[in-house]
Write a protein that binds this ligand. Structure first.
Ligand SMILES: [Zn+2]
Length: 400
């Protein structure tokens, strides 16, 4: 890998030009074109000049304060209350340990990596297949036979889901289970209908129906004239009856599945509602999402959509099933690779194993090592690509 660690790494290039081919352990570098390089540097310089003009004095003061605080917190030590001579206790615990504490396993990181090793053979097949299809489409001169995939042609800003390139990579064109959204519209579905269908699903599993408060207080449709954060979520108001869903549902298959996902959270809230407050939570942070995603996977299956009368015919043949499984793989497998890269990078940052001289380089290092994905254009430490993912600046754990 090419991450530099010198003081001047700001001007060093991340991994030189990422248009390299990876051939086993051999790396063949292609020198960046000077014009590309100059354009990139001119762009970052322009960005820097703009931010300089923005309230320079308060921003400088703010940055100085933050840096001072960080330095104090990172270096200050204190003494043990019971052992006054032991004075090497850090004020801040290791933040990575803190993040992983709820999983109650000292070997959590190793377990996650082991789980990835189990999934990796399938991911590698998907990666190779997608690369072949994209090479056919864009031409072999644009994408090397063994090159990592450039993130910008994967149909998603972070390359974390490849579902948007389903149409150009599908194994059996013309043989897919259609998106049932038009049927939902034809049959007069509304977000309220979708809510009722989701509730019926849980009743059919002999689980609880939704308490009246959920229907009355949930926000299912984006209210006109009010700015809403539409990221779907489910809420437990901890009084054993008031639970709410917040989402800006549209009459689409994807939102029907999401509504089931959010309602699964509420079913789980209700299952533990009679426990002491301290125990009203998932077994670990991954559990809530795990259960909700399991239900969502089932609800989105062709079989279930047929049961709902939204999918017609019984095209239960190999091409249809392969296409369906392929579409699931495009959504789920790159997401796992992306999540593991993001958290591996973040754990290293909090542990101090990555310092700010190579934040961006190490980010792409992980993206390539784990997911075989490279940046679309030349990057450097003047860029901070992990910051484009909301969960990084907002400090929201992702591995769950
Ligand atoms: Zn969820």
């Amino acid at each position: 890998m090419f991450c530099s660690s010198g003081k001047n790494s700001e001007t060093n290039l991340v991994a030189n030009d990422r248009r390299q081919d990876t051939k086993g352990s051999e790396i063949v570098l292609v020198q960046p074109k000077l014009a590309d390089l100059e354009a990139q540097l001119a762009y970052t310089d322009a960005q820097a000049r703009i931010s300089e003009r923005l309230s320079k004095i308060p921003l400088d003061r703010y940055n100085r304060l933050i840096n001072d605080m960080l330095a104090i917190y990172n270096t200050a030590t204190t003494c043990d209350y019971h052992d006054p001579l032991k004075c090497d206790l850090r004020l801040e615990p290791d933040y990575t340990d803190y993040l992983l504490f709820p999983y109650e396993s000292p070997t959590f990181m190793a377990e996650i990596n082991e789980a990835w090793e189990d999934i990796k053979p399938l991911y590698l097949e998907l990666h190779a297949y997608v690369r072949r299809k994209l090479r056919d489409l864009y031409g072999p001169e644009k994408l090397g036979r063994q090159a990592p995939l450039p993130a910008h042609i994967l149909g998603n800003m972070w390359g974390q889901s490849w579902i948007n390139i389903l149409d150009i990579t599908i194994p059996y064109p013309g043989k897919f289970f259609p998106d049932v959204s038009p049927h939902m519209v034809q049959q007069g579905y509304t977000p309220a209908t979708m809510f009722r269908i989701a509730e019926d699903f849980f009743l059919s599993l002999n689980l609880s129906g939704m308490p009246p408060d959920v229907r009355e207080n949930s926000l299912l449709v984006e209210p006109p004239g009010i700015l809403v954060i539409c990221q779907p979520s489910a809420w437990d108001f901890c009084n054993k009856r008031d639970y709410r869903i917040k989402m800006c549902a549209k009459v689409t298959q994807s939102d029907l599945v999401t509504l089931h996902h959010e309602m699964t959270h509420i079913e789980y809230f209700m299952e533990y509602r009679n426990l002491h407050k301290a125990f009203r939570d998932g077994a670990n942070p991954g559990f809530h999402e795990g259960i909700s995603e399991a239900i969502a996977l089932f609800v989105g299956s062709p079989k279930h959509l047929q049961t709902l009368g939204l999918l017609f015919g019984s095209e239960d043949d190999v091409p249809h099933n392969i296409n369906f499984l392929y579409s699931m793989a495009l959504q789920k497998l790159p997401f796992l690779a992306f999540s593991l890269a993001l958290e591996s990078w973040r754990w290293d940052v909090f542990r101090g194993d990555i310092n700010k001289d190579n934040y961006n380089c190490r980010w792409w290092d992980y993206r390539e090592k784990i997911g075989g994905v490279k940046p679309p254009v030349l990057r450097s430490e003047k860029n901070f690509d992990p910051g484009s993912k909301y969960h990084v600046p907002a400090n929201i754990p992702y591995i769950k």
